[in-house]
Design a protein around this ligand. Structure first.
Ligand code: SF4
Ligand code: SF4
Length: 222
């Protein structure tokens, strides 16, 4: 999932100062799962903003709505009426969702309420870890299913660097050394010979080295 966290209310409030009618638009998929932008967060943020503006003596109408996904036009359409009733939109979607909303409602000011951080997993309740950098050419097959690009602090494809101790990364003792994990995993799988393979410098063109990427699935186009 895409992981993000809500911006501070003070920052969000500063975006909305010039407006009298604002739509807070949540997204019911990734940001809901990481407690940054689902229905509940929309409700809590709306309450906090109403209170903050009231204390300031400013009148503002805040409408709340959460759609299934902000990155798909099919769902964005469901917010068209609410968008039309307001002067600005504060989106709690990820960066992709926020840009989809800004594109769809191109004549309206659209503000981000979430800082999008990474693609990751829910490791345990409330703990999310970064797992993938979207490099465009997945090489997990050679590394026991552990991504050195994302999980090694130095992004070493031919590791380890030799600096880890007790299985922890020398750059950050709070994280596991990815290469320690890779070696242990390959050992368990009986695939240690994978480490004899020299991995050539990565071609970063599929990883946005050629600008913003586009994926076209001809078989899905009707
Ligand atoms: S190799 Fe690339 S696609 Fe695969 S997990 Fe790592 S960053 Fe993601
Ligand atoms: S200690 Fe491990 S994870 Fe950290 S930079 Fe070196 S090889 Fe990468």
């Amino acid at each position: 999932m895409i992981v993000g966290e809500q911006k501070p209310v003070k920052e969000i409030k500063s975006y909305l100062e010039p407006y009298k009618k604002v739509l807070i638009l949540g997204c019911g998929t990734c940001v809901k799962t990481c407690f940054a932008g689902g229905e509940e967060e929309v409700c809590e943020l709306a309450s906090a903003l109403r209170l903050a503006f009231k204390q300031q003596g400013k009148k503002i109408e805040i409408e709340e709505l959460t759609i299934e996904r902000q990155c798909e036009d099919e769902f964005i359409r469901e917010s068209a009426e609410a968008a039309g009733r307001n002067e600005a939109i504060l989106t709690l979607g990820c960066g992709a969702g926020a840009q989809s909303i800004a594109r769809r409602f191109s004549l309206m000011p659209v503000f981000p309420g979430v800082n999008t951080t990474f693609m990751g997993t829910l490791e345990s309740q409330g703990v999310f870890t970064e797992e993938c950098s979207g490099c465009g050419n997945c090489e997990l097959a050679y590394f026991g299913g552990i991504c050195p690009i994302t999980r090694c602090s130095k992004k070493l494809m031919n590791g380890p660097c030799g600096g880890s101790s007790d299985g922890k990364c020398e750059v950050n003792k709070d994280i596991d050394c990815a290469w320690h994990l890779i070696i242990e995993k390959l050992k368990a799988l009986g695939e240690l010979e994978n480490l004899n393979r020299y991995v050539p410098p990565k071609d970063w063109r599929p990883a946005s080295g050629s600008g913003p990427r586009k994926l076209i699935r001809e078989d899905q186009i009707i």
